[in-house]
Ligand binder design. Structure first.
Ligand code: 13P
Length: 340
């Protein structure tokens, strides 16, 4: 590993208030989103959709890096150009999701652990040779009356740290994604408590596994009220709770916090990120950025609907969300911008 190179990748993708586009949905997840819109769930439809994304004109003005999936990183545009080359030519750094998904954690009803460490060293070497510069691993933590358990938090934190150390060994920047899910009727305070506990466990394990914090990216949930909670925190409350939680738990050496959207609407994901940057950007040690999938892609996917004729309008929808979220990085997102 070359520490300077890792640092430069981890900082570089966020320069100019750009951030990350997650287009790394596994085939089952991508198929589920296609099925909901009546789009055929085929390799060719997935390829065509990803071609639409990587060929969006000016995407590189707003997006510094894109996370791909194993199927996608091996695919090409209709003219034969590999997606990875199309991204690099657009000024977008390619990355790759490397976890093998979350599976039931034995002995822990309702809890999951993410798998994929077996053979990971070889897979990372292959992806690095293909041109990937960073990787992603997602752990999921559910909130309930008696969960998360210490066993679930520790198992996931340990796996994230083993993955992150292997990435850095291979010269790839690890995106460490511990996602506390929004599902449930819990309050924002409960989400804050669980998120802080999870982050503490993750950073303890990252240090234990000798991960260089300057050469990683954290991809967490925002601190939010549960989706079914009768009292929904407003923008300022979300910004306060989220930033305060991260100030307590995330070392200043980490260059960037790139939030997942987790099922928030596209507009709320932009507005909440904007509230954080408008109020705290000059006072926090890390970039407050985004690595959204649904909150950046969903309007484009709906506009495309599987039809070639809709490619242009879908690309405009994607670009609009990218522009709105770059503005949110600057604390300059507004209703007027959203309406443009
Ligand atoms: P969402 O923004 O849709 O939550 O996806 C982010 C992601 O990459 C999940 O792993």
């Amino acid at each position: 590993m070359n520490p300077e190179q890792l640092k430069s990748i981890a900082q570089g993708v966020f320069k100019g208030d750009k951030a990350l586009l997650a287009m790394d949905e596994s085939n089952p997840t991508c198929n589920k989103r296609f099925a909901a819109l009546g789009i055929p769930q085929t390799v060719e439809a997935r390829r065509a959709y990803r071609e639409l994304i990587v060929t969006t004109p000016k995407l590189g003005h707003y997006i510094g890096g894109a996370i791909l999936y194993d199927e996608t990183i091996r695919q090409q545009k209709t003219d034969g150009t590999p997606f990875i080359k199309a991204l690099v030519d657009a000024g977008i750094v390619p990355g790759i999701k490397v976890d093998a998904g979350a599976t039931d954690l034995a002995g822990h009803a309702g809890e999951k652990v993410t798998e994929g460490l077996d053979g990971l060293r070889d897979r990372l070497g292959e992806y690095a040779a293909m041109g990937a510069r960073f990787a992603k691993w997602r752990a999921v933590i559910a909130i309930g009356d008696v969960i998360p358990s210490g066993g679930c938090i520790d198992a996931n934190a340990h796996a994230l740290a083993r993955y992150a150390a292997l990435c850095q060994e291979a010269g790839l920047v690890p995106i460490v994604e511990p996602e506390v899910l929004m599902d449930g009727d819990h309050t924002i305070d409960r989400c804050a408590e669980v998120t802080e506990e999870v982050l503490n466990a993750v950073f303890l394990q990252l240090r234990t596994q000798r991960v260089m914090l300057e050469g990683m990216i954290l991809k967490p949930n925002m601190v939010l009220s549960g989706l079914e909670c009768p009292t929904q925190a407003d923008l300022d409350e979300v910004a306060d709770a989220t930033v305060n939680c991260f100030l307590r738990a995330v070392p200043a050496a980490v260059p960037a916090i790139a939030f997942l959207s987790g099922g928030q609407s596209a507009e709320l994901a932009s507005a909440r990120l904007n509230a954080m940057n408008a109020r705290f950007k000059s006072r926090v040690p890390w970039a407050l950025a985004f690595s959204y999938s649904r909150a950046i892609q969903q309007p484009a996917l709906e506009a495309w609907h599987g039809e070639d004729a809709n490619v242009r309008i879908a690309q405009e929808a994607l670009l609009h969300r990218a522009r709105c979220n770059q503005a949110a990085r600057r604390g300059e997102y507004s209703a007027a911008l959203e309406a443009q």
